[in-house]
Design a protein around this ligand. Structure first.
Ligand SMILES: [Mg+2]
Length: 245
């Protein structure tokens, strides 16, 4: 395969990346845990948890605040409560569920420039799909992996990559992840793939300090975004003991 035809894949986080839903996500998640488990004031510093994904955070909260693991049924009930709270918020304040500017068309823009796209989120499947649909982001023929699939974010990204490869019938030669959290950068390093940050203000600064070479406030300038992706995208690491971490 020549360099000109090698398949390139951009994998996207959702909350704070494709959609500006980090705030409503945070408040509904904390409220769901309060209502389901009577646990107040959980830390919403997601980077402080072992894995910043919905099942993993809930499990850690259960261990530290209730002294025991959450059961599968409890996690399912919590997920449903969370989705119910998101739907209620959506009915009250749809403005809380906006795309990141340019997010609704970035998949089409990247595909037009020869990049394949996929989604890898630390959010549960039904809540993630609700946010994408509400923000007007079409996931038609877009491979995706969710918190329901795995706990460590790197595993979720790896799954999204393999689903995208299966859909394309071709392995991606180079991959980059786009995210808004330092944990997204960490997961990208674990996998040996590139990273492009999305964020403004202190979030952007935090990503830059953690080593992100490229941070964008939005998806308006797709040519500049593609140039950054071209610079950072890398072949996924296939030997875990030799990956950066
Ligand atoms: Mg995020």
């Amino acid at each position: 395969m020549t360099a000109a035809t090698e398949r390139r894949l951009a994998v996207f986080d959702i909350d704070g990346t494709l959609t500006q839903t980090a705030h409503v996500d945070e408040s509904c998640y904390a409220e769901a845990i309060r209502l389901e488990w009577n646990v107040e004031n959980i830390s919403t510093d997601w980077g402080a948890y072992e894995h910043s994904t919905d099942n993993a955070i809930a499990s850690e909260v259960s261990r530290t605040r209730r002294g025991r693991d959450a059961t599968t049924e409890e996690l399912a009930s919590l997920r449903d409560r969370f989705v119910g709270l998101l739907r209620a918020q959506l009915a009250r304040e749809p403005g809380l569920f906006r795309e990141t500017p340019g997010g609704a068309r970035v998949f089409a823009e990247l595909r037009a420039r020869g990049w394949d796209v996929a989604i890898a989120t630390g959010g549960w499947t039904p809540s993630a799909r609700l946010k994408l649909a509400t923000a007007g982001i079409s996931t038609d023929r877009v491979a995706a992996a969710f918190a329901c699939d795995a706990r460590p974010r790197a595993d979720i990204i790896r799954l999204a990559m393999s689903r995208a490869d299966a859909l394309a019938g071709n392995l991606a030669a180079r991959v980059a992840y786009l995210g808004d959290g330092r944990w997204d950068l960490t997961a990208s390093r674990e996998l040996g793939i590139g990273f492009v940050g999305i964020g403004t203000g202190v979030r952007a600064q935090s990503l830059a300090e953690a080593g992100a070479a490229h941070v964008f406030a939005d998806f308006y300038d797709v040519d500049r975004l593609v140039a950054a992706l071209e610079r950072v995208a890398a072949p996924p690491c296939t030997k875990p003991d030799r990956c950066r971490s």
